[in-house]
Design a protein around this ligand. Sequence first.
Ligand SMILES: [Fe+2]
Ligand SMILES: [Fe+2]
Length: 304
Amino acid sequence: MPRTTPVPALAAPAARVHDSLVLEPRDVRFDWARLPLHWVPDEPMATHILNVLHLLLPEGERWFVKVFKEALPLVRDEQLREEVLGFIGQEAIHAEAHQEVLDHLLGQGLDPRPYVRQVAWVFQRVLGERPGLSPARRHEALIERVAAIAAIEHFTAFLGNWILNSPGLDRAEADPTMLDLLRWHGAEEVEHRSVAFDLLVHLDPGYARRVRTMAMAGPLLVHLWVRGVRFLLAADPTLDGRLRPSWREAYRITKRGLLPNPVKSIRSGLRYLRPGYHPTQEGSSSQALGYLATSPAARAAAGR
Ligand SMILES: [Fe+2]
Ligand SMILES: [Fe+2]
C-alpha cells in the first residue's frame, strides 16, 4: 500500500470551500491482517495513546448518530438538515471502521472489551436518554446532548487537523494503513466540523449551555483517555505490565511529533469558549478534501 503523507492546504478561500461542501459518507475498507500490535514501530506508549481512539470512537460515534437522528425532526433549515444527514452517514462509518481495529486487537491477544464496556456505560447510561421524563424535559435533555456532541466535535476536529499535519508519524514509519484510517477520519472530522455546532446554535443560540457542556466534555475526555492508556498498557500481552504511563514519556513522545502538543490542546479547548467562535475558524476544509482525494481508502471507496 502506498504511504500517504500530509498534503498542503489548497489555495481556495477557506469559507468558499467550506460553504460549498456536500457531506458524503465514504464507504472505506481497511485490511488489518498485517497490522503490527505496535503500529508506531518501537513506540508502544505512542501506539496505545493513539489506540484509545479505537476504544472511544465506536461507542461515542454510535451515540452521536442516535442523538442526531432524534434531533433531526427539530431542524427547520433545509441546508442544515442535509448537513446533519451527511454527518450521521459519516459518523456511522467511522464507528464501524474503528470497531474493526478493536476486533483485530482482540485477535492479537489484547482484549479491549472490559474498557469498551465502561465507555458504553458512559455513553448509553450517563449521557443516554433518561426514561420517564416529561416532553419538555426530554426536549431539554436532547439539546444538552447535542451541545455535548458539539463540544466533543471541537476536539475531534482539533485532532483531525493535527493528524493531517503530523509528519512525525511518517518519520517514525507508522503503519500506512493505520495512518490512512486516522487521516481519512481526521479529514472527515475537519470536513464536518461545523455541523454539530451549527445544530446547537439552531436549537439554542445561548452561550451558557456551550460553556457548561465544554466544562463537562473536556475533563471527561481527558479522564477517559488517561484510563484508556492505562488499560491498554496493562492489557498488552507483549508488555507484561512493565510499561507504565508517565508524563516524562508523554513529553518525549510529543517532542517526537507523535502526539498533539498538550498546551495547544488546552488552548484549543479554551478557544471554543470565545463568544465569536465558529468551527470554521480552525482547520482547513481544502486541506481535508486534498487528503481525501489522495487517501487510498477514500479513493478505493469512490471507485466502488
Ligand atoms: Fe467521526
Ligand atoms: Fe465528527
